[in-house]
Design a protein around this ligand. Sequence first.
Ligand SMILES: Cc1cc2nc3c(=O)[nH]c(=O)nc-3n(C[C@H](O)[C@H](O)[C@H](O)COP(=O)(O)OP(=O)(O)OC[C@H]3O[C@@H](n4cnc5c(N)ncnc54)[C@H](O)[C@@H]3O)c2cc1C
Length: 380
Amino acid sequence: MAQARQPHIAVIGAGAFGGWTALFLRRQGARVTLVDAWGPGNSRASSGGETRVIRATYGPRAIYTKMAARALTLWKEHQTRWHRPLYHGIGVLWLVESDDQYEKAALPILREARVTFEELQGPEVARRLPQINCDRVRWAILEKEGGYLTARRACAAVLEGFLAEGGEYRQLAVQAPIQPRGGELSAIGLSDDSKLTADHFVFACGPWLGALFPDAVGDRVKPTRQEVFFFGTPPGDRRFTEEALPVWADHGTRFMYGIPGNEWRGFKVADDTRGPVIDPTTESRVPSPDALQIARDYLAYRFPGLKGAPLLESRVCQYEQSPDEHFIIDRHPDAANAWIVGGGSGHGFKHGPAVGELVARLVLSGATPDEQFRLSRFAH
Ligand SMILES: Cc1cc2nc3c(=O)[nH]c(=O)nc-3n(C[C@H](O)[C@H](O)[C@H](O)COP(=O)(O)OP(=O)(O)OC[C@H]3O[C@@H](n4cnc5c(N)ncnc54)[C@H](O)[C@@H]3O)c2cc1C
């Protein structure tokens, strides 16, 4: 009996979404070509940071709690498979001062998803973690299995795994814009002037999706400027490193979060407020004095022992912001064989393996994605 020909699938973008998608497609037996202009977790990519938080608390958005739980299982499985420490389960602490709508809404969802967590009263947090100023902390959620992921190194590990399982990788840019005609996409142009043909295409181009598809995506994915700062801890002082502190998330007047010093690097502080729209290709990655001041003020308030700490490193990255902060996982409206995967909106990295697994299933089965991820939601 003749064997059915395996479909050839081109995945464009080797970040958190594209890399894992390529890996799972390959594992399902497809022939897969992964293409990236600058490489997995490159310095411009949204996945290009040192670390990313993995957490399951998502306010009322249960779909992401479930997805984070699935992703956690896959992160653990793959770090064992690849003998790489990608996931660091040091916990995630959600500090609540005034408005606790988000955390309150998350509690029943966390329970239902069987996420292990503790609810702590403010004085208990202060007793366990005296490095944190808890004067105004009313209560907190401590996610026991939350933590952080080594981001750009994880993207490199996914590519290595993909190649080891028989995938093909090409470092080339896909020419923009892409405007499919006739209900299908047959080929795309590459920067070496060649054409890439495939049965299906998956475009996981992060903050570049709007420029690649000006009509289908356009400003539904906005690249917003985000700055991250790494401060120096006092010599020999381990109170601010991962042995002594979990990741924290702080819904105060601004949503600030951070990761304690890890792998002998600095203490990370970031502001989740969306910055101005930038071009991810041409933007110079010089941090702004205003953003640095916000990080310094926050640090002095929340971690008094780090008041005046020196800045060691900084990164300017971008979110791929969708209007409702939900992901986009859908077919191109004018090409049934072209998929658009993105809109991570500042929270996509942790979900990479779960998104990859889902997209591979959708592409190979021809199923319809969840309404929450579809482009048609923007038409309402
Ligand atoms: C500062 C910051 C902090 C964050 N913190 C967290 C966090 O703590 N937890 C979390 O879960 N998420 C976090 N995120 C969000 C998360 O990092 C992103 O949602 C996720 O990495 C997006 O992955 P992606 O694959 O969609 O995009 P990207 O990583 O940007 O990948 C897209 C890829 O497409 C390639 N590409 C683009 N155009 C073309 C083209 N024309 N041809 C070929 N290749 C092309 C690029 O080179 C790139 O490698 C954070 C993001 C930032 C910026």
